[in-house]
Design a protein around this ligand. Sequence first.
Ligand SMILES: Cc1cc2nc3c(=O)[nH]c(=O)nc-3n(C[C@H](O)[C@H](O)[C@H](O)COP(=O)(O)O)c2cc1C
Length: 271
Amino acid sequence: MMNIDLEKCIGCGMCISDCFANDIKMIDGKASIRNITCFKCGHCIAVCPVNAVSTDEYNMDDVKEYNKNTFTVESENLLNFIKFRRTIRHFKDKKVEKEKILKIIEAGRFTETASNSQNVSYVVVENKIEELRKLTLESLNKIGKELLETSKNKLYLKYAKMWMGMYNKYISSPKEEDNLFFHAPLLIIVVSESIVNGSLASGSMELLTNSLGLGALFSGFFVKAAESNNEIRKFLGLKESQEIVSCMVIGYPDISFRRTVPRKTSEILFI
Ligand SMILES: Cc1cc2nc3c(=O)[nH]c(=O)nc-3n(C[C@H](O)[C@H](O)[C@H](O)COP(=O)(O)O)c2cc1C
């Protein structure tokens, strides 16, 4: 439930004007939350000038007072940070600290979700990466064989051959080249009923990963291998409704880039 401290409430109506669910009314000069259509977006908590709103459903210790110095990022720096981010395929043999893992997940947790559903969850794989790598390569090999028999699409055939090659290399020398997880010490698999919610969380998480001095790679190969593979889904403890949205391969980069890269120009239509 959302609660209003009537002693603190000054009846300014700011919570009412920003309540998208239209769940707050002014009664005798004080805001009153009906808790009927409220979907716990927390705008009333964030906007109240006298900090009169709280909830007993979430941890109120999560709420931080605005501070210009620590809550703002210079836009040119942010854009450069985005441009300089690279997919990392060379990782140091160094574990990622637990507090950094939790911070990356916190970035996902505080990313917006449709209807504030907050239906994104995370599977952290550290100790069982090798087991998962084996299951993934087996699945890719199987998918590759099926594609070779059924598809005429050149791109699919290219991937089919690549996946079967990766599997064969793994079988002949499992400890050598790792073109799947690149010997990274950590995977965070982002899981959701909503691809959009999971993808938005993944984007925030990647930025935070980079800000912590770590690097990441999104493994589309893993997602492909896992999406209809019950053994992998069971390994990850997934419910039927949960989709694997992304697999973040994370670690300390063993490569340094000196500049940004060029890109296609955007196709933009101003209307
Ligand atoms: C959804 C997604 C899936 C990807 N899957 C893989 C993958 O399976 N293996 C890989 O080596 N790189 C993968 N990448 C990395 C892309 O190849 C990379 O982002 C792209 O070449 C641009 O390079 P940059 O990330 O350094 O800008 C993936 C990227 C995204 C966004």
